[in-house]
Design a protein around this ligand. Structure first.
Ligand SMILES: [Zn+2]
Length: 233
């Protein structure tokens, strides 16, 4: 399968579905990791343009660990809107990845960048199949299932499917640790140890389904996107 995961900020995927992506990769699937925003507001001191470049490289480094292709539509933080222009940019990403399954944010997460990204992915996924909406790459032939990854630490999110990530938790940690600018900033200025945060969150979902570490998901259930099989690893 081709698996397309779309997060808002450059480090969202690692926290919310990095384990599942590592498992897809181990099972021989092709992974595309896209962040819609460039993360340029995610630091107190590093200037925006510099931070944008740093975070792009951090995302590339993380994707490399599981042989994933890193992609972005490079929108400034807090500036994503569900417009036709944004939808076409995302449609082009979806056409390039030609996914069999898409993973993105829940529309009920804590950050407007996450929630808008979720809506943009849903709308663009449909748009990517329409031949008269032109982008560089020709249109996709199929409507794909969409899975919502957990919200940050699971607030307002009851998973319907779980992925046992016990065997790949260290890979998830390694990927997440590539986002050095975030891990150090949050530790210094917000007193949050993001690595501990990641482990506790995965442990909590693991306890719910009887394994050491897990990630939780919900499938978007609308007509045309429901299939009688499991797409998660
Ligand atoms: Zn985020």
């Amino acid at each position: 399968m081709n698996v397309l995961a779309v997060g808002a900020h450059p480090d969202d995927l690692e926290l919310l579905c990095g384990g599942a992506l590592a498992l897809y990769s181990q099972n021989g699937h092709k992974i595309f990791m896209c962040h819609t925003l460039n993360g340029n507001l995610g630091h107190e001191k590093i200037p925006r343009d510099e931070l944008r470049d740093i975070r792009r490289q951090e995302a590339i480094n993380s994707a490399k660990i599981i042989n994933a292709e890193s992609m972005t539509i490079d929108i400034d933080d807090m500036d994503i809107h569900d417009t036709q222009e944004t939808r076409l940019k995302m449609a082009e990403i979806i056409r390039k990845a030609d996914p069999d399954v898409i993973i993105t944010h829940s529309p009920d997460d804590y950050h407007t960048d996450h929630n808008i990204t979720s809506g943009v992915v849903f709308n663009s996924s449909f748009a990517s199949t329409l031949p008269q909406l032109k982008t560089e790459t020709p249109c996709n032939k199929k409507i794909t299932p969409i899975y919502y990854m957990d919200t940050v630490v699971g607030v307002n999110f009851q998973p319907e499917e779980y992925v046992d990530i016990t065997d790949v938790i260290e890979i998830k940690k390694e990927m997440f640790s590539c986002h050095k600018s975030q891990v150090s900033w949050l530790k210094e200025h917000h007193k949050i140890d993001m690595i501990e945060f990641m482990y506790s969150f995965a442990r909590f979902r693991g306890m719910q389904c009887g394994v050491k570490y897990a990630e939780g998901f919900k499938q978007l259930k609308v007509w045309g996107r429901i299939f009688p099989k499991r797409f998660l690893p």
